[in-house]
Design a protein. Structure first.
Length: 262
């Protein structure tokens, strides 16, 4: 693999965040939006940032494939050694509602695993960066994932939680990537979803959380495999290594009792 200027990737992510901020203001709802499928909101900003990122990243590594939320029908990268896996605005519902819980998400996947990830969350003034086998940071500060070992009382990004669960709700950004980043920076202990998701939602956050020391798998404790032709996986589990076995057991029981949401 040729040497890649990862600092340039971070700069491109930040430029994408700056572009998105032109259409965003705290507390202001975006009016020019539509649903590309039931419950899946998209805005002009999603498309504009997607076009910008693709142009810049393809110039940086012309040989890499491309898979993004807004151009996911193009599977030209499927099976390529290197593929950009991108969500131009992860957390669009927060974005269009004038809330801060969204980010630009860029991952570089080699074969079937992410090797680099950056999340730029300009409304939160945070940029997360990680390189597999090297380091993970937010705003230049090295981070270490939660080490919590007791499930009762653990922190879950949620708007509210039933008291009988004996868990602690912490602020929940709409972006699943930012929720995983919270685990990476010891702001949350468990993030889990059993819904079918997509590679672009979690690829960058995966390497950020894993390099910080968190456990990251699909919802049933199986290895997440990237660069497939469909871009889907059964949810995600991101948590303290010390909580992992119990989390997998709880989620597996939940799926068995209720069925996974496809």
């Amino acid at each position: 693999m040729a040497e890649i200027d990862f600092d340039r990737v971070v700069a491109i992510a930040r430029a994408g965040g700056t572009l998105a901020m032109r259409h965003w203001a705290l507390g202001r709802k975006e009016s020019n939006i539509w649903e590309k499928s039931p419950g899946q909101v998209v805005s002009d900003a999603d498309l504009a940032v997607d076009r910008f990122l693709r142009t810049e990243l393809e110039k940086l590594v012309p040989s890499a494939g491309w898979l993004s939320e807004e151009t996911h029908i193009d599977h030209s990268g499927a099976g390529d050694e290197l593929t950009w896996v991108v969500d131009p605005i992860d957390g669009t519902k927060d974005y269009v509602a004038g809330k801060t819980g969204w980010c630009v998400s860029i991952a570089l996947v080699q074969n079937d695993a992410p090797i680099f990830g950056v999340l730029d969350a300009p409304a939160m003034k945070e940029t997360w960066v990680a390189k597999a086998g090297s380091h993970t940071e937010v705003n230049g500060r090295s981070i270490t994932a939660t080490q919590r070992s007791q499930y009762e009382g653990c922190r879950i990004p949620a708007e509210e939680l039933p008291p009988e669960l004996k868990l602690t709700a912490v602020p929940k950004p709409n972006s699943i990537a930012l929720r995983m980043a919270m685990v990476a920076d010891d702001r949350a202990d468990v993030v889990a979803s059993t819904r079918w998701g997509h590679e672009w939602d979690i690829a960058a956050a995966h390497v950020i959380a894993a390099e910080a020391g968190a456990s990251v798998t699909n919802a049933l404790g199986e290895t997440l495999v990237y660069n497939g032709t469909h871009g889907k996986a059964l949810g995600v589990l991101c948590c303290s290594q010390n909580l992992y076995d119990e989390a997998v057991a709880r989620i597996s029981k939940y799926v068995s009792d209720n069925g996974a949401s496809h």
